[in-house]
Ligand binder design. Structure first.
Ligand code: ACO
Length: 362
C-alpha cells in the first residue's frame, strides 16, 4: 500500500507546531520549543499552545488559579479509582478517569474550562493511584505550588528543589506537542465527529498507551545505572559499541541533527549539574558517547535524543518507572487539547478512504 502508516500524508493544516527533523527544528506557535522550555513555565506554554500567544501577567495568574482550583479529585472519581483492579495499569486508570469525567456538561464544541479541568486533574490521579497502590496515604494538592511543583509534591510529600522543578518542567514542556503523532491524530479524529473533549482525550490516552508511542526511556536508565559513575563511562560505552550494541538515548528516526529537545534539556541539566549527580553524569556521558559514536559509527549522524536527558531527569527526581508514560501523558494532553480546539474551529469529519484489495463477488 502506498500510504502504509500514513507516513508523509498531511492530515491537517495546523498553526500549533512544526517538527523538522533535518533542520532540528521544533516550533510551538512561532516560538522555538527549546527557548520556551528554558525560559517559561508549564502554564505559560500551555496557554501559548491553546490560545496562540503567551499570556500577560493577569492572564497567566488567572490561568494558574483555574488550574489550581481544579486539582482536587471529586469524590466519585476517588471511588472509581479505589474500585479499579489493583493490577490495572496506570495508563488504563487515567483513560478510565478521563472517561468518567466526561459528564453531561462535556458537549461539542469543547471549551477551555473543560480543558483546564482535565489538565489539572491528571497529576492528582497519577499520584493518588500510585500512593494508594503502594499503601501510602494520598496527598491533597497544594494551593501554593505551580502545576509541576505540585505534581512532585503530591508524589513525594516534600517541597521539591528548584532544580528538579525546573528540569521536570522543561521535560514536560518539550513533550507537550509534536506534530501529527498517533495520539494527537486520534484526538483530532474523535473531535471531528463532534464528540466531546473527554472522549477525545480518553481515546488519545488509549493511543499513547501502546509501547510504539508512549514508550519509556527505560533503556537509557539501564545504561546510566550500568555506568554508575563517570570513571566507568568509557569502559562501558566502548564495550557496548565494540560488541555491536546500540547506545540507548542516541540516534533518531526523524532528527538527523541535534534533537532540539535534547539540546534544551542539556542546557538545564548542565546549569543544575552541581545540584544533582545524575545531571552531571548525563552531561559527561553525552560528550564521551558522541565522541565514541563518531569513532565507531562515523558518518551516521548520531546525536543525543530526548530520551537520554528524559531518563537523567526522571532518575534525578526519582520518579518510579511505572509512572513515566503517565507523566508524559500529563504533558501531551496540552497538545491534544490544542489540536481538538483547532479541529473544532474549522471542523470537517476526518474520513479517509481505503483501497479495496479483496476479491469481487462472482
Ligand atoms: N548506537 C550505536 N549505533 C547506532 C545507534 C545507537 N544508538 N543508532 C543507530 N546506530 C547505527 C546503526 O547501528 C546503523 O549502523 P550501520 O550503518 O553500521 O548498520 C546506523 O547507525 C543507522 O541505524 P538505523 O537503525 O538505520 O537508524 P534509524 O534512524 O532507523 O534508527 C533509532 C533510529 C531506532 C532511534 C536508533 O538510532 C536507535 O536504535 N537508537 C537507540 C534507541 C533509542 O535511543 N531510542 C529512543 C528513540 S527517541 C524517541 O523515540 C523519542
Amino acid at each position: 500500500m502506498k500510504t502504509a502508516g500514513l507516513e508523509g500524508v498531511v492530515a491537517a493544516i495546523s498553526e500549533i507546531s512544526l517538527v523538522d527533523g533535518n533542520k532540528g527544528h521544533l516550533v510551538y506557535r512561532g516560538h522555538w520549543a527549546k527557548d520556551l522550555a528554558i525560559s517559561y513555565s508549564f502554564e505559560e506554554v500551555a496557554y501559548l499552545l491553546w490560545y496562540g500567544s503567551l499570556p500577560n501577567k493577569t492572564e497567566l495568574h488567572e490561568f494558574g488559579e483555574i488550574l489550581k482550583a481544579n486539582r482536587r479529585l471529586p469524590d466519585y472519581i476517588k471511588t472509581i479509582i479505589d474500585n479499579l483492579p489493583e493490577k490495572m495499569e496506570l495508563m488504563s486508570v487515567l483513560r478510565t478517569v478521563v472517561s468518567a469525567m466526561g459528564t453531561e456538561e462535556y458537549q461539542w464544541p469543547s471549551t477551555t474550562e473543560q480543558a483546564l479541568s482535565l489538565t489539572a486533574v491528571l497529576p492528582t490521579v497519577i499520584s493518588y493511584r500510585y500512593r494508594r497502590i503502594n499503601g501510602l496515604s494520598p496527598i491533597e494538592p497544594s494551593d501554593n505550588l505551580n502545576h509541576v511543583a505540585n505534581f512532585l509534591y503530591m508524589l513525594k510529600e516534600e517541597q521539591p528543589s528548584q532544580s528538579h522543578v525546573k528540569a521536570l518542567s522543561a521535560y514536560l514542556i518539550l513533550t507537550m506537542e509534536h506534530g501529527m503523532n498517533a495520539s494527537t491524530f486520534t484526538a483530532r479524529v474523535i473531535a471531528s465527529t463532534q464528540s466531546d473533549l473527554a472522549s477525545a482525550i480518553s481515546g488519545a490516552i488509549g493511543a499513547m498507551k501502546g509501547p510504539l508511542h508512549g514508550g519509556a526511556p527505560s533503556g537509557v536508565i539501564e545504561l546510566l545505572d550500568e555506568i554508575g559513575s563517570k570513571e566507568n563511562a568509557e569502559d562501558v560505552l566502548r564495550r557496548k559499541l565494540k560488541g555491536g550494541e546500540r547506545l540507548m538515548g542516541f540516534g533518531h528516526r526523524v532528527y538527523k541533527t541535534q534533537d532540539p529537545r535534547a539540546e534544551a534539556l542539556r542546557t538545564i541539566t548542565a546549569e543544575f549539574s552541581e545540584d544533582d549527580p545524575w545531571f552531571s553524569l548525563a552531561n559527561e556521558v553525552e560528550d564521551l558517547a558522541i565522541e565514541l559514536l563518531n569513532e565507531y559509527k562515523p558518518g551516521r549522524k548520531l546525536y543525543t535524543n530526548v530520551e537520554f536527558y528524559a531518563a537523567a531527569i526522571l532518575k534525578a527526581i526519582d520518579l518510579p518507572t511505572e509512572l513515566f508514560t503517565s507523566a508524559f501523558t500529563s504533558s501531551r494532553i496540552i497538545g491534544w487539547i490544542a489540536n481538538v480546539l483547532e479541529q473544532n474551529e474549522n471542523n470537517r469529519i476526518i474520513r479517509p478512504a481505503s483501497e479495496y484489495s479483496g476479491p469481487m463477488p462472482e
